[in-house]
Design a protein around this ligand. Structure first.
Ligand code: IPD
Ligand code: CA
Ligand code: CA
Length: 272
């Protein structure tokens, strides 16, 4: 399916509505969730019918709006990825929080056209806040324009990060990196939803965010929102391979530069 810039602007409201509807489903399940419904996908990698149902509902709604598009989904895998338009979906980012009753989780939906992300939506489900951006069209939270923080450098910066949860091969190096950030910044936060870490960076709540071993559905939407809010996003090596390349640094331009320098002094590019 071909999608012009005009089509894209028209697509935005029904896409946001479809995401909010799925968010309402997730909220209703949150209050009643029974831990017996947890399935284990891998070491510290959990899922439940809520993730799977939310993904099926999102696919159904998006397929109705853009018939024939491809999908890169966390739970049900990819289909039609040779299509010019591909949706990248994480139906519930922050599953561990959801399962443990911590109200910090989101839906992340991005649309990629000819290889570039052009629409990104991160829905903060418990707070009913929609962070979204159109490429070249700025970023918003519930329709109010967003911009990254103006914090000039690390000493006054609040930095979000995410940590490995299955392979602990580089744990010692990672702990040293965290120590360096603790010494050099205002503090660290680990929310447990990479999509929200990025959305909050776009809103200037966090000054920066870094994580490795992520997947495209964790970062595709949020990275566009940060960029459209005036932030910088790169991989750990300063390049642009942060959607499929499994490492990401995002922040306001000054903080991003300081984070990149610090991470560059620690991370072995071969084993991040
Ligand atoms: C996880 C969250 C978390 C990040 C993990 C992701 P999930 O996604 O984004 O913050 O640290 O690496 O896997 O599994 O809750 O969709
Ligand atoms: Ca995720
Ligand atoms: Ca997920």
């Amino acid at each position: 399916m071909e999608i012009s810039p005009h089509d894209l602007a028209a697509l935005r409201p029904p896409v946001l509505e479809a995401i909010r509807e799925v968010g309402a489903f997730i909220r209703s399940e949150y209050s009643e969730f029974d831990p017996k419904d947890i399935e284990v996908k891998g070491r510290n990698d959990l899922v439940s019918y809520v993730d799977r149902t939310a993904e099926a509902l999102l696919m159904e709604g998006l397929n109705r709006l853009t018939p024939g598009c491809g999908f890169i989904n966390e739970e049900s895998g990819s289909q039609g990825i040779d299509q010019p338009a591909v949706w990248i979906i994480d139906p519930l980012d922050g599953t561990t929080n959801f399962i443990h009753g911590i109200p910090v989780f989101s839906i992340s939906v991005a649309l990629q056209l000819e290889g570039a992300v052009v629409l990104g939506c991160v829905y903060d489900v418990p707070r009913d806040e929609m962070y979204e951006a159109l490429r070249g069209g700025g970023a918003r939270r519930n329709e109010i324009p967003l911009s990254v923080s103006k914090t000039p450098g690390l000493p006054d910066a609040l930095i979000a990060y995410g940590a490995m949860h299955s392979s602990f091969l580089n744990l010692e190096q990672f702990l040293q990196l965290l120590g360096a950030f603790m010494r050099q910044s205002r503090g660290l936060r680990r929310l447990g939803s990479a999509a929200l870490d990025l959305a909050y960076t776009a809103a200037g709540i966090f000054d920066g965010f870094f994580e490795s071993q992520l997947n495209p559905w964790d970062v595709a939407a949020g990275s566009l929102i940060v960029a459209e809010a005036g932030g910088l996003v790169t991989d750990y090596y300063g390049g642009s391979d942060f959607i499929f390349g499994r490492s990401i640094i995002a922040g306001n331009p000054g903080v991003h530069a300081a984070m990149r320098e610090l991470i560059g002094s620690f991370v072995d590019p071969e084993c991040s």
